[in-house]
Design a protein around this ligand. Structure first.
Ligand SMILES: *Cc1c(COP(=O)(O)O)cnc(C)c1O
Length: 385
């Protein structure tokens, strides 16, 4: 028995998940689920994906022990180096899987939503590699804020559409991508960027990221001869977190998913339905979805993947949150003490470790370093001067 079992046929993880989509999208979700189920069981598909992960993305990613910071804190600190993957984060695992599946299904085109642009860039990368057309939906506000990533996507041959509806940010881009998919499902695969949305996405995206946890479990056994005491990851939608957690939910490790204080779906949210799934969600007293606010655009999401809601509700995983100030401190600390500039997202995980180290003396703590900080140095230069 594993705590990370497949969802029910309705796509439920306990009380959460499901497939809350308009009638017009149900056949597309069912077709995708069947295609994924078949591909995932197909040894040729899996071998092709493993080869791409190795020869294109650069897997396996290494495990690095932070000797300086570990000594400062009185813990043993290990980093799973997803920052060293091609394109600089864990996102490549998911987009290679989905783009390969799209080809497998005979689709000619993929669409994607993006907030900060990272998932858009990853999708455009996989599309370029596999000769697929690519259109990325991005809120008009984000298009302006993330000019460099917009240019990257165009360089990679993708079309970027600025979404002018609603608050002109990520959740509006998701709605627009879903609208495109309704009208184009014959030719198009919707490449969703995290463990969210309607079934089968939370399950499928988790399976594509399981490689993180499988590698990390093996690497810990080699390095420590044991499992770590604590496993930590940041949580936006929750894909890098579910990837590393999958390697440890069935061990005795304490497992911690760290959210931004301004987007604390578990601590501040209530169960609700958004973007095709039932999950914890920050909403006002009238059930309107609240805007999330975080220093890190990649964690600016008011919800969380349904499997995380399930893991929270059964008490297997803790979901604390950290402030922007703590994140800025963690970002500088890892840079100075270890010579590794982290992305602001995993700096949330480190911020929690810095806060809690006093209560974890002598323990081994594994942090999923989901991405590198190159994309964030401009913003940090403005903040730190
Ligand atoms: C996109 C992103 C995240 C947030 O997404 P999850 O689905 O929660 O993993 C975290 N870290 C990095 C580096 C990212 O680019």
């Amino acid at each position: 028995m594993t705590l990370m079992a497949d969802p029910t046929p309705e796509g439920r993880f306990g009380d959460f998940g499901g497939r809350f989509v308009p009638e017009t999208l149900v056949p597309a979700c069912i077709e995708l689920e069947a295609a994924f189920r078949e591909a995932w069981a197909d040894t040729v598909f899996r071998a092709t994906l493993d080869e791409l992960l190795r020869d294109y993305a650069g897997r396996p990613s290494i495990l690095t022990e932070c000797h300086n910071l570990g000594a400062d804190l009185g813990i043993r600190l290990l980093l799973k180096r997803e920052d060293l993957n091609h394109t600089g984060s864990h996102k490549i695992n998911n987009v290679l899987g989905q783009a390969l599946l799209a080809k497998h299904m005979g689709k000619k085109r993929i669409i994607a939503e993006t907030g900060a642009g990272q998932h858009g860039v990853a999708s455009a990368t996989a599309a370029a590699l596999m000769g697929l057309e690519c259109k990325v939906y991005m809120g008009a506000v984000d298009v302006e804020r993330q000019a460099l990533n917009v240019f990257r996507m165009k360089l990679l041959g993708a079309e970027v559409e600025a979404v002018e509806s609603g608050s002109r940010t990520l959740k509006d881009a998701v709605n627009e991508a879903m609208r495109d998919w309704v009208g184009s499902v014959e030719s198009t695969h919707y490449c969703l960027g995290s463990v969210m949305g309607p079934h089968p996405y939370p399950w499928m995206v988790r399976q594509f990221h399981r490689v993180i946890g499988e590698e990390a479990n093996r690497q810990c056994r080699e390095m420590l001869g044991a499992d770590p005491d604590v496993v930590v990851a940041c949580v936006g939608g929750g894909s890098n977190a579910i990837g590393i957690f999958s390697g440890f939910v069935d061990t005795k490790a304490r497992i911690v998913g760290v959210e931004p204080a301004g987007g604390a779906a578990v601590a501040r949210g209530v169960p609700g339905v958004v973007h095709g799934m039932k999950s914890y969600l920050m909403q006002d007293e009238y059930g309107q979805v609240l805007e999330a606010h975080s220093i890190s655009a990649g964690l600016d999401y008011p919800g969380i993947g349904p499997e995380h809601s399930h893991l929270a509700s059964i008490g297997r995983v803790e979901y604390p949150n950290v402030t922007d100030a703590e994140v800025i401190d963690a970002f500088q600390t890892l840079s100075r003490r270890e010579g590794i500039i982290p992305a602001l997202e995993p700096a949330h995980g480190l911020a929690w470790i810095l806060r809690e180290a006093g209560n974890m003396q002598g323990q081994t703590v594994l942090l999923n370093l989901s991405g590198r900080g190159d994309k964030d140095v401009g913003q940090m230069m403005d903040i730190l001067g």
